[in-house]
Ligand binder design. Structure first.
Ligand code: AMP
Length: 457
């Protein structure tokens, strides 16, 4: 079943709307989720922006509501005001042939008085962000007792933004008979826990993505070019990644951003084509072995880097070549692990985004930057790199280093990280707290019968 007209449970007013919007075929998520939702079952669906998820839950909630009844019957919770506005717009487009239906968006940033006025006549559908909805519920201006369905849109993002308490609080106002439809880009343990707590025998709907990006969540944030550095800093503080690769289009931007981050207390390393080979090797090594959380690089310098999948990739600016975007985001979410790719987009870069969309075969939404993070710094990296001035040419092998560091050096195996032995030097990741004592102890001892200088990089 791929065409909306095959869905006999979809009322003709909604069939007409999909036709008017030129939606000919259902998207994969629609074909998988809509029939289940129309059977009045809970659904937990994994769907990215651009998959057609809004129309999936939009058509379902519109199909089930009674337009003759003046009560609030469906509530869509969104993480941000921008998303709520978009969802509201799409719902209105889908509901265009349903007479007298009132769909309202209720978000922060709008004076509450205006919203109170618009609530004099109860809307049948509300789309909103958790904070403002709670204000109105607690003031008894909004009643959820007649609710049939609740949608948690971008549930993972709502949890990331710390909305768990508020979402739970809102759901407590709703009748136990309501349907709960949860849409999320990722199934984190937190998302699963939310589902277990608030859903009843939900059917899980996962769509095999045509792209290899199915484990990558992408966000695009609009930014004024003058505040890109600040925006990168804010996102790092918000995400607190164990490792992040930040892509810039030029060497100058790489240098500039790296300096800025240092000044703001985030030790970041820079990687670009002008570095000497040794600096380049050492930079990469420190990033790969966990001695540095943030690497700022140009696309060319980052090509072919041997680093395992990162939890976060940030684009300081969209690349001119859309293939570079694919390479950038491919640095996260590999080997079945979920990853996050965030791109900053200035208004002049829309054509670049369009080229990226063309390749991806879907549309992306540009959102406003998330609010300021409550974190003011990143935790220090777990490891510090220790250098031994001897390498393969001196017949040093990793086993010799482990022996010396855990023997005379007094480390436990758990305090040792990655070991890289290059021709004339070896680099060892050591838990930061253990480094001073290690260096002290190794001063007078030997590795493989010889004295080598050992120091912090
Ligand atoms: P979403 O994933 O909800 O952000 O939707 C992405 C875009 O796909 C939106 O612009 C929708 O208007 C559009 N869309 C949704 N369903 C369909 C469909 N069946 N056929 C074509 N376009 C669609």
């Amino acid at each position: 079943m791929q065409s909306f007209s095959d869905l006999s449970a979809l009322p003709s007013v909604l069939q007409q709307a999909t036709a008017a919007l030129d939606y000919e075929q259902m998207t994969a998520i629609q074909a998988a989720a809509l029939p289940v939702m129309l059977e009045r079952r809970d659904v937990i669906a994994q769907a990215l922006t651009g998959s057609g998820k809004t129309a999936a839950f939009g058509l379902a909630l519109l199909a089930l509501l009674d337009a003759e009844s003046p009560r609030l019957q469906s509530l869509v919770l969104c993480p941000t005001r921008e998303l709520a506005e978009q969802v509201c717009k799409e719902l209105r487009a889908l509901a265009r042939f349903i007479p007298n239906l009132k769909i309202l968006s209720l978000c922060g940033g709008v004076p509450v008085g205006v919203q109170i006025n618009s609530l004099v006549h109860e809307p049948q559908v509300v789309v909103g962000t958790p904070g403002r909805l709670i204000d109105l519920l607690d003031k008894n201006l909004l009643k959820l007792d007649a609710l049939q369905s609740v949608v948690l849109d971008e549930a993972d993002r709502m949890l990331d933004m710390g909305f768990l308490e508020q979402v739970s609080h809102i759901l407590e106002y709703t009748p136990g008979t309501r349907l709960t439809w949860l849409f999320s880009a990722t199934y984190s343990p937190e998302v699963r826990a939310l589902s277990q707590r608030f859903q009843r025998e939900p059917k899980a709907v996962t769509v095999e993505s045509q792209h290899s990006t199915d484990t990558i969540t992408q966000y695009f944030y609009s930014v004024e070019p003058a505040v890109r550095n600040e925006a990168v800093l804010g996102l790092l503080l918000q995400q607190q990644p164990s490792g992040c690769l930040v892509f810039c289009n030029t060497r100058n931007d790489v240098r500039d951003l790296t300096d800025f981050l240092w000044k703001r207390g985030i030790p970041a390393l820079a990687l670009h084509g002008e570095l000497e080979q040794r600096d380049r090797d050492e930079t990469l090594l420190q990033f790969a072995n966990g001695s540095c959380r943030v690497l700022v690089a140009t696309d060319v310098a980052a090509r072919g880097l041997d680093i395992k999948a990162l939890p976060l990739v940030l684009a300081y600016e969209l690349p001119n070549d859309p293939d570079n975007h694919t390479h950038r985001i491919g640095r996260t979410g590999r080997a079945g692990e979920s990853g996050l790719a965030i791109s900053l987009v200035a208004s002049g870069e829309r054509p670049r985004l369009e080229r990226i969309e063309k390749i991806a075969g879907c549309e992306y939404r540009i959102s406003a930057l998330p609010p300021r993070s409550q974190h003011s710094s990143l935790p220090a990296p777990a490891f510090t790199t220790v250098v031994i001035d001897g390498g393969r040419q001196d017949k040093l092998r990793p086993g010799d280093i482990v022996g010396a560091f855990t023997g005379d050096g007094g480390l436990t195996a758990g305090q040792l990280g990655k070991i890289d032995v290059l021709p004339t030097r070896a680099y060892v990741a050591v838990q930061t707290a253990a480094v001073p004592a290690l260096l002290q102890k190794l001063k007078s001892s030997k590795i493989k019968g010889r004295s080598f200088r050992v120091r912090k990089l």
